[in-house]
Design a protein around this ligand. Structure first.
Ligand code: GDD
Ligand code: MN
Length: 421
């Protein structure tokens, strides 16, 4: 049983609603409080929450790296708040043992609640900094990215996200299945909650900073792993910065992600979608880009028709095969124009054939999925809505629906390429 003084050094767990206060709690001289003896009356700039479950093998290395980095950037103006869910490996006790060496480290041991997202918010509830942040304990989130995130916050961002899906981002060793799962979850989110999930390139990120004023007030109700969704969905976030980082291999311990996190994610999406109270931060619809995308799409129709006439009409090849080739040639035509015109500003930042090939493969995948959607909408409208009449009007509606689908998903996925350093 830990000694009494040790237990007193634990930060009391907040209870009640998951609501971040507009002002941090007053600097108290209580033990285990950051800044003891270090000019407690001064506000802190940054409160970095480290959610842990069975991370005893990682915390010492992480705290050392974070301290080295932050002491150089903002000496004594930051705190580390480790929130442990009563880990079987007693991560909380290991962390407590570090507090004499690292006075800016505060440790919370939760015994009645569990879960990554709520752990982060409970940490933010006891935080004193004006900037609230979260980082994983297992060194998969490189600490040095904090300086880039801080720079973005000091330049006025409400939210700065470490993203795997912008220039300089990537994942070190994920297998194809995990990549597809992560991208699939993101696509689902883009379809269910475009105004939330579509605001950042890596909505699954668990590594970010947010201004306290942007997240204080609303009662948060996250589920599972995706705390960033809750911040985007319920916070007052206007300006977002993204910093590319490469998600590292885990050194010690194991990931706690199971199928349950994906179920929680779906549940969370639906709750945000149906539960309303999504903060309406208006982003202008990229109309100019959409018009260009539509014009390129029209050129694709011309290419498709011309190819169909050439292959089937004059060379006499079978209709289906001719159509497949014509559709693919039209997709290539559309990619070339979109990459060089519609999204030129984005593709110019991501030069190189491998980046271009990645954009093309994503574009192709989305357009082929759009083809399936086209057939489904066409048949749905023609057979169920129009009672097997007005086939061409039904086709026009299908084309319009798919144009939005193609535009929105390409905007959010294709022209943001993951580049492994
Ligand atoms: N307090 C607490 N309670 N912490 C938890 C819990 C929990 O129930 N479950 C996991 N954690 C902590 C882990 O100890 C680790 O520090 C961090 O949350 C991430 O958990 P991992 O199990 O390592 O997740 P991952 O590496 O598969 O995915 C992480 O990175 C992704 C990319 O940023 C998570 O942060 C994902 O949310 C994120 O999408
Ligand atoms: Mn991890």
């Amino acid at each position: 049983m830990p000694s009494q003084p040790l237990l007193q050094a634990l930060v009391p767990c907040p209870t009640g609603p998951l609501q971040v206060p507009l002002e941090g709690p007053p600097q108290s001289a209580g033990r285990g409080e950051a800044g003891v003896g270090l000019g407690r009356d001064r506000p802190l700039d940054l409160s970095l929450v480290i959610p842990t479950y069975n991370e005893a093998a990682n915390v010492a290395v992480l705290v050392e790296q974070l301290t080295q980095l932050l002491e150089g950037v903002m000496p004594h103006r930051y705190e580390l708040i480790l929130v442990d869910d009563d880990s079987p490996d007693r991560t909380w006790k290991t962390a407590l043992g570090l507090t004499p060496t690292y006075p800016q480290l505060r440790v919370m041991r939760r015994r009645t609640e569990r879960g990554l997202s709520s752990a982060v918010i409970r940490g933010w509830q006891v935080a004193r900094g004006q900037i609230l942040a979260v980082i994983d304990a297992d060194l998969q989130h490189p600490p040095q990215v904090l300086t880039d995130l801080l720079a973005a916050m000091h330049q006025g961002a409400d939210l700065a996200v470490a993203s795997r899906h912008v220039t300089g981002g990537g994942v070190s060793d994920w297998n194809l299945a995990r990549r597809l799962l992560s991208r699939g979850a993101q696509t689902l989110g883009l379809l269910l909650l475009p105004q939330v999930v579509g605001r950042v390139s890596d909505p699954m990120s668990g590594y970010f900073m947010v201004q306290r004023r942007a997240i204080a007030g609303p009662i948060l109700n996250p589920k599972g792993y995706k705390i960033l969704l809750e911040v985007l969905g319920r916070g007052k976030v206007h300006t977002i910065a993204e910093v590319g980082y490469v998600f590292q291999e885990r050194q010690q311990g194991a990931s706690k992600v199971t199928w349950r996190q994906y179920v929680d994610y779906m549940h969370h999406l639906l709750r945000l979608r149906l539960g309303g109270r999504i903060s309406q931060v208006h982003q202008r619809f990229p109309l100019k880009r959409f018009v260009r995308f539509g014009l390129v799409g029209l050129s694709g129709v011309v290419v498709d028709m011309a190819m169909l006439y050439l292959l089937h009409g004059s060379l006499g090849l079978p209709l289906t095969r001719s159509k497949i080739v014509a559709a693919e040639v039209a997709i290539i035509n559309n990619f070339i124009w979109n990459d060089a015109w519609t999204f030129a500003d984005v593709s110019l930042q991501q030069r190189g054939w491998s980046a271009r090939l990645k954009r093309f493969l994503k574009f192709n995948l989305i357009c082929l999925a759009g083809l399936v959607l086209n057939v489904l909408v066409l048949n749905g409208v023609y057979n169920l809505v129009f009672g097997q009449r007005w086939a061409y009007l039904a086709n026009l509606i299908a084309i319009a629906v798919v144009t939005f689908w193609n535009f929105w998903l390409n905007l959010k996925l294709s022209w943001r390429v993951t580049q492994i350093k």
